[in-house]
Design a protein around this ligand. Structure first.
Ligand code: UD1
Length: 417
């Protein structure tokens, strides 16, 4: 298993280019199942999760070709209605194939994704929505099977604005008969990107990005080409990297309008942020102030940035407060940050972070994707050497993070084992 070694204390300077969004690409990859015409995706990030989804689609019978950040997909010929357990268990987002398979084949069978490191993550909201569209749902021996001779549009009110459920239902509704309205829909930029892609193929989706999405079903979709939006969480992670090292970096191929809540928080701490022609300039301040953060569905503060923001607050004088409202168990980075000298007190879903003068390098372990990013950020500013093990989590969601950070002046290297 690879390790990352970081020697802290370097101010980051220079320019970094953000990759395409992982969380936008995954549902769009899956949405190519909805048509037998060829679809081309551009700005695809080279990540383990994206490869896993390609493997899921190949197992279903799709033709997937591509190199670098450019992939072509075609779902022609005989397709299987099933996503195998050995792939689904490695990536929860595989459950997104249910919507398109149900719409295209009238049947979908997927292994239940089960819990994951950051929480239980059930799929009840997805299943309730499919039932509203006319599907029969059966759960047996760890698999969920959905069947519908035809899907019929309906009004679906989500109990919670789940990102995955909104995407899954939107994809199914595209080929359903009549009109579907998804109320209390998730409003994340990745939902808007999926709707844009579906509309490129000939779908009729309106309202994406608001709490009410309307889908007018069509008989069939064609092909098309789509460039995926930049990854807002990778962008945010580099913004914090500049802030935590007191650096001065320019972030290219990024969308600040997708990161308003994070930018507002960083500005309130004293970090200077500006946008010029699609480039974000982040100038870390020597005097950062503590903050209160409560994670919320978009446009609130993203749960996927909570861990990274906490690393910054570990070395900020005063007490910062983090309330995690999206996932039950998303504080696994806390124990590892404490090993580096952080003063953090956990009470249920709230973390009180008392800023310390400095962190010190230590051997730590990555536990999930964003927790790994938090440890990298802490390592960038800690005194001495930090060794992070289990960094395969990082490769799920950050494209060449060590190469990008090294170009900005960080002392970071990957040790292959
Ligand atoms: C997506 C993102 C993930 C991000 C999360 C919240 C992808 C591939 N992943 O995950 O990075 O952290 O949004 O912004 O885009 N829930 C239920 N029942 C359901 C569905 C969800 O109880 O049927 C709960 C989950 O357990 C969780 C919360 O709702 O506590 C949010 O989940 P959801 O918005 O669905 O997140 P994902 O789509 O899994």
């Amino acid at each position: 298993m690879d390790k990352m070694i970081i020697n802290g204390g370097k101010k980051l300077k220079g320019e970094v280019t953000i990759s395409g969004s992982k969380n936008a690409t995954l549902p769009i990859q899956v949405a190519t199942l909805l048509t037998d015409a060829e679809c081309t995706l551009l700005n695809v990030p080279l990540l383990r999760d994206i490869n896993t989804m390609n493997d899921v689609l190949k197992a279903i019978g799709m033709n997937v070709k591509g190199k670098k950040d450019n992939f072509a997909y075609q779902a022609k010929g005989t397709l299987k209605n099933m996503a195998p357990y050995d792939l689904v268990k490695t990536m929860r987002a595989s459950v997104l194939v249910v919507g398109p398979l149900l719409a295209r084949l009238g049947e979908a069978k997927v292994a239940l994704p089960g819990g994951c490191a950051i929480g239980l993550r059930p799929i009840n909201i997805h299943l309730d929505g499919f039932k509203k569209l006319g599907a029969k749902v059966e759960i047996r021996k760890g698999y969920v099977t959905l069947k519908a001779k035809k899907l019929v549009g309906n009004r679906i009110t989500l109990d919670f604005p789940s990102v995955g459920a909104t995407e899954n239902l939107m994809m199914a509704a595209v080929l359903a008969e009549g009109r579907t309205v998804i109320d209390n829909a998730a409003r994340e930029p990745e939902i808007v990107d999926l709707a844009d892609f579906l509309n490129t193929l000939g779908a009729q989706v309106t309202g994406a990005g608001t709490g009410m999405i309307t889908v007018k079903g069509v008989k069939e979709l064609g092909g098309g080409t789509h460039a995926v939006i930049p990854d807002r969480i990778e962008t945010g992670t580099f913004m914090v990297a500049s802030a935590i090292t007191g650096g001065d970096i320019r972030i290219k191929n990024a969308r600040l309008d997708h990161l308003t809540a994070l930018a507002e928080k960083l500005k309130s701490t004293g970090v200077e942020i500006e946008e010029q022609d699609g480039t974000i300039l982040v100038d870390g301040s020597p005097k950062i102030k503590p903050v209160e953060v409560e994670t919320m569905p978009y446009p609130g503060f993203p749960t996927d940035m909570q861990a990274q923001m906490m690393s910054l607050m570990c070395i900020t004088p005063g007490t910062s407060i983090f309330k995690e409202t999206i996932f039950e168990n998303r504080f696994m980075h806390v124990g590892e940050l404490q090993r580096m000298g952080a003063d953090i007190v956990l009470k249920g879903n709230i973390a009180f972070v008392n800023g310390v003068k400095s962190l010190s390098g230590a051997q730590v372990m990555a536990t999930d994707l964003r927790a790994s990013a938090a440890l990298i950020l802490a390592g960038l500013v800690a005194k001495g050497e930090t060794e992070i093990s289990r960094i395969y989590h990082l490769d799920r969601g950050y494209e060449q993070i060590e190469t990008k950070l090294a170009k900005l002046g960080a002392k970071i290297k990957r040790i292959k084992e």
